[in-house]
Write a protein that binds this ligand. Structure first.
Ligand code: AMP
Ligand code: GLY
Length: 428
């Protein structure tokens, strides 16, 4: 099988790594890929958003399967274009990807299908939004409707900060048209978990739940990021609660999307808050999570190529996934200024890990003349699997210093919200 992976992050490196292990796969291409992917796949210099070029490339090489990592090409209709040309591709169509592309759409959808989520007011102007903040009071959550690269959600700590945020969105057009509307949302509290499932539009196959750590600094301080680390199992989510989430949230979402004429196929990601009133949806993503996928893939026993092809062919049938009982984790090493700024161009040295079970997935790296350089943001992911989550994390932290570049930074407490609860929850 010849497979093309679209994207350039740690998630895509993990997907390429797992695809390489499939006996069915003999060629892996990545567009555009990164410095780490380049050592296990053929990287082609086509941006993930150049849909026509990607489709031309896949068609010319008679690609058996294309796997899309990031949301932007999905929301631009990459799946629609490939399907039009009769090419197998893993991911939702443009209409189905709306579930991530518009928070207004997803909020109205959840209301219509009685899927538990935070109460929210949809606002189309600064005045409306200020009135909604005043009605709700602080704390509340402000969310730009469209894609904002993980920066569109703000939890203001005062009315002044809320108004400043809204003014930036509506008057300074900080997020462009993505901020034409906002949600002013009830602030939920509880533990967050990431639940993912593969679906062909009918059948839903759950992934092992995971947990990510979104805040930039230790102790969950600082701004939100794309994710600073993750682990699987989530530990904070007992197996019965995970089954309940499938029944009450994930399956009704897939059924609802089909009823809306937006049949959803691919990976459905649901970000949830486990509140005192039960799990509530914070967000949907129309793709695999990053960095959740890096941890999950280390536990997946099955042939990823076979699974993704079944989804692309809409025949998941009775597929069931098998997960290693061990735990896995991922710690993200970033540039010193992440998530703001964009320092790049620093040479990266990766010394061999002292343990074969430690895997380094690359994200913001590029290879030039045989050397690796940072390209900004999240640079590499150090991941490991072990009998327990603490063991996996201990392996990662014992090795993380072997990845060196100027300004390298990482959280030192990934896993802290789960450790201590391990005994109460078997791996789910
Ligand atoms: P989202 O992109 O919608 O998942 O939001 C990013 C992060 O903001 C989430 O992971 C939560 O930490 C936080 N968040 C979003 N919505 C809420 C909410 N209604 N209440 C509390 N925190 C929230
Ligand atoms: N880690 C959350 C996300 O992929 O959006």
């Amino acid at each position: 099988m010849r497979v093309l992976v679209v994207g350039q992050g740690g998630r895509e490196h993990a997907i390429c790594w797992k695809l390489r292990q499939s006996p069915q796969v003999n060629e892996v291409y990545a567009a555009p890929g990164n410095g780490g992917i380049a050592s296990i796949a053929t990287c082609v210099p086509i941006e993930a958003t150049d849909i026509i070029e990607l489709a031309d490339f896949a068609e010319s090489l008679r690609m058996d399967l294309t796997v899309v990592g990031p949301e932007v090409p999905l929301t631009l209709g990459i799946v629609d274009e490939f399907q039009k040309r009769g090419l197998h591709i893993f991911g939702p169509t443009r209409l189905a990807a709306e579930i991530e592309a518009s928070k207004v759409f997803s909020k109205e959808f959840m209301k219509k299908y009685a899927i538990p989520t935070a109460d929210a007011t949809i606002c189309g102007s600064l005045d409306e939004a200020v009135a909604a903040v005043d009605a709700r009071g602080i704390p509340c959550v402000i969310k730009a409707d469209g894609l904002a690269g993980g920066k569109g959600v703000v939890l203001p700590s005062s009315r002044d900060e809320a108004i400043a945020t809204l003014t930036e969105i509506f008057e300074s057009r900080k997020f462009g048209t993505a901020g034409s509307r906002v949600l002013v949302e009830e602030c939920l509290s509880g533990e967050e978990v990431s639940v993912m499932a593969l679906t062909d539009g009918k059948k839903v196959v759950p992934f092992a739940p995971a947990k990510d750590y979104k805040k930039a600094f230790d102790g969950d301080e600082g701004p939100n990021t794309g994710g600073m680390g993750s682990h699987s199992p989530a530990v904070v989510l007992p197996a019965e609660a995970a089954a309940e989430i499938m029944k009450k949230i994930v399956i009704p979402t897939v059924q609802g999307m089909a009823d809306e004429g937006r049949t959803y196929s691919g990976c459905l990601f649901v970000g949830l808050m486990l509140t005192a009133d039960g799990p509530k949806v914070l967000e949907y993503n129309c793709r695999f999570g990053d960095p959740e996928t890096q941890a999950q893939i280390l536990r997946l026993e099955d042939d990823l190529a076979e699974l993704l092809l079944r989804v692309a062919r809409r025949n998941l049938g009775e597929t069931k996934l098998t997960w290693k009982k061990e735990a896995s984790a991922c710690v993200v090493v970033t540039t010193k200024d992440y998530p703001v700024g964009g320092s790049k161009g620093h040479e990266i040295i990766v010394d061999p890990m002292d343990d074969d079970s430690v895997v380094v997935f690359h994200a913001g790296t590029a290879k030039k003349d045989g050397k690796l350089y940072t390209t900004g943001g999240r640079v590499v992911n150090v991941c490991a699997r072990a009998a327990t989550l603490s063991d996996a994390l201990a392996k990662i932290y014992a090795n993380i210093g072997r990845v060196r570049f100027q300004g390298a930074r990482y959280r030192t407490d990934i896993g802290y919200r789960a450790l201590g609860q391990r005994a109460a929850n078997a791996a789910t």
